[in-house]
Design a protein around this ligand. Structure first.
Ligand code: AHM
Ligand code: MG
Length: 347
């Protein structure tokens, strides 16, 4: 039996903070509040087939996509669990267009929280893993006042902590403060997250690729060649690779983090900026994957170094094991793109 069985998330966070004598304990409390929200969301996700919570609300979110009730439940739950703590000065959510101010009834703190309340929402109705992603920064605006948009638009490299929760065959919370990535599995019988994956290191090389191949026609020619290369047979380099794509970024990256693999959501001739959001999805996942020894790039630039310009901006992403991320970049750099042909899908 594992010696970590009774290392709870709360204890682990506190012990982590003890290593930093300058720490005030605020980050620990913030992470504990987040884990409470995760437990409640997990409970609701598990009940989703039993209560009348599935289906569309009939509203679109700011990206023009249908919003489901469970997304809004998760969004509201995170707001309720987080704002009273007094540790945050501002929040932003994938489900809300503007920054979210802390109610004047509560104390204003020094941290900034960005989150995607329920990622992979198209999978809710079909019992496939979905997740919550969060990202924490220190404010850059003057303390004691409400936070500003500038506090939210910081480069990913400035994150103090990031994490995700996968609601899958079990509920697992993975987080990092930049020094080691740790996973905790929720014991549903007594409602505690217990350390199950300590110091996760992602394999440097892998045999898995994850991408929506339905978009093949519209891809960059270098990416097309890379995927064909992965499908060729070559024993020495471990090809062909396996393809695994859930369509929930959190679940796809969680699998690749543990087994090794590359996850890609590229730009294409129809969507020049890709699909996924820099602030809510790509930055936190890049922070975690890098802390576990992997890489994350938009094809040209490290994700964590992109200077964000707007809250909901999108970015292409190639993330995972170092060997495959470097190889896809090489393939793309080698191919000259004739813009006209690329945009009209002739290549
Ligand atoms: P969401 O935030 O609306 O749930 O969308 C993000 C999701 C990611 O989890 C996933 O990687 C991607 O969309 C899948 O997109 P596609 O269906 O185009 O492959
Ligand atoms: Mg999302």
């Amino acid at each position: 039996m594992s010696e970590y069985r009774f290392m709870t998330l709360a204890r682990h966070i506190i012990e982590g903070e003890r290593k930093h004598p300058e720490a005030t304990g605020e980050l620990s409390k913030l992470l504990s509040d987040l884990s409470l929200a995760a437990k409640v969301i997990s409970l609701e996700v598990n009940k989703a087939g039993l209560v009348d919570i599935l289906g569309f609300t009939g509203h679109n979110n700011i990206h023009g996509e249908k919003v489901k009730k469970l997304d809004m439940f998760a969004h509201d739950m995170l707001l309720r669990a987080m704002e009273y703590g007094g540790h945050l000065c501002v929040m932003a959510s994938e489900e809300e267009e503007d920054i979210i101010h802390i109610s004047p009834h509560y104390k204003v703190g020094k941290y900034v929280l960005l989150f995607d309340p329920l990622d992979g929402s198209s999978n809710i109705d079909v019992n496939i893993s979905i997740g919550t992603i969060f990202s924490i920064y220190k404010r850059i605006s003057a303390e004691g006042k409400p936070g500003l948009i500038e506090d939210c638009l910081q480069q990913g490299i400035k994150q103090i902590a990031a994490g995700y929760v996968v609601y899958g065959s079990s509920t697992i919370l993975v987080y990092t403060t930049g020094e080691g990535v740790h996973g905790f599995t929720l014991d549903p019988s007594f409602g505690e997250f217990l350390l199950s994956h300590e110091k996760i290191r992602t394999p440097k090389k892998s045999r898995i690729y994850s991408i929506n191949e339905g978009n093949y026609l519209y891809w960059h020619p270098g990416l097309k060649k890379f995927i064909k290369y992965l499908q060729e047979e070559d024993e020495n380099s471990g090809r062909p690779y396996s393809s695994r794509y859930i369509g929930s970024m959190v679940a796809d990256i969680h699998r690749n983090l543990l087994y090794g693999g590359i996850f890609m959501y590229p730009s294409d001739s129809r969507n020049p900026k890709g699909k996924l959001r820099l602030m809510y999805e790509c930055n936190p996942m890049a922070f975690i994957v890098e802390a576990a020894g992997g890489m994350a790039t938009n094809g040209k630039q490290r994700i964590l170094e992109i200077q964000p310009e707007s809250l909901h901006e999108r970015t292409p992403i190639f993330i995972g094991s170092q060997a495959e991320v470097k190889t896809v970049m090489d393939f793309m750099a080698k191919e000259e793109v004739n813009n006209e042909a690329y945009i009209s899908n002739k290549i």
